[in-house]
Ligand binder design. Structure first.
Ligand SMILES: Nc1ncnc2c1ncn2[C@@H]1O[C@H](COP(=O)(O)OP(=O)(O)OP(=O)(O)O)[C@@H](O)[C@H]1O
Ligand SMILES: Nc1nc2c(c(=O)[nH]1)N=C(CO)CN2
Length: 175
């Protein structure tokens, strides 16, 4: 049994549809879905705005690795193409595994480059922390502390201010 937080992002093609497709792939494992935010591109400014959301998932049978496999399956369904020249470049769908916990609540820690846990850049990303905090206000990012405190970090202030809710896009109804 593992519980995980996954981040969904899209800035190419039918962005809303790509996020919906990700939820379909995750199916019954989805426990909570955040609202959708329009967010400025992080890490590579020369690309369109993203739609981002966060999902809380759990599955009695899933290993940490299974969450990565499911993330990749969703990206493949959205015809994600990797551009080796642009690490943080545009994409139809990005599904990142932000953190995973064992059934007893212990966080899974991993330095494996194939699946680094928690995600090594999650604490720097308002587009992850904001929607996560909305659906789990007491959330803790292993090794970094409360998500609420991370969102108060002055270094994230501009990105937090730029998070634009999109209440017109409701993903909750998909599951
Ligand atoms: N926690 C994680 N979640 C998703 N992918 C991970 C994680 N840790 C390591 N990876 C690896 O990172 C590789 C690159 O993934 P990807 O192309 O989605 O990165 P990116 O989205 O461009 O950057 P970022 O991971 O910063 O969002 C994948 O092959 C995957 O195995
Ligand atoms: N706003 C935003 N920016 C990004 C995102 C994302 O999901 N949202 N994903 C990236 C992939 O590394 C790079 N930059």
């Amino acid at each position: 049994m593992t519980r995980a937080v996954l981040s969904l992002g899209s800035n190419l093609g039918d962005r809303e549809q790509h996020l919906r497709e990700a939820l379909r792939v995750l199916g019954g494992a989805v426990e909570r879905v955040s609202g959708v935010y329009e967010t400025p591109p992080w890490g590579d400014a020369d690309q369109p705005a993203y739609l981002n959301a966060v999902v809380l998932v759990s599955d009695p049978a899933a290993t940490p690795r299974d969450w990565l496999e499911r993330a990749r399956a969703a990206e493949t369904k959205a015809s994600r193409v990797r551009d080796p020249e642009r690490r943080f470049g545009p994409r139809t769908l990005d599904v990142d595994v932000i953190a995973v916990w064992e059934a007893d609540g212990r966080p899974v820690l991993s330095a494996d480059p194939e699946l680094t846990l928690p995600h090594p850049r999650a604490h720097l990303r308002a587009f992850v922390l904001g929607p996560w905090h909305d659906v789990e206000p007491a959330a803790d990012l292993p090794g970094h502390g409360p998500v609420a405190a991370l969102l108060d970090d002055p270094r994230l202030a501009d990105d937090v201010a730029a998070l634009t809710p999109r209440p017109d896009i409701a993903l909750e109804s998909v599951a």
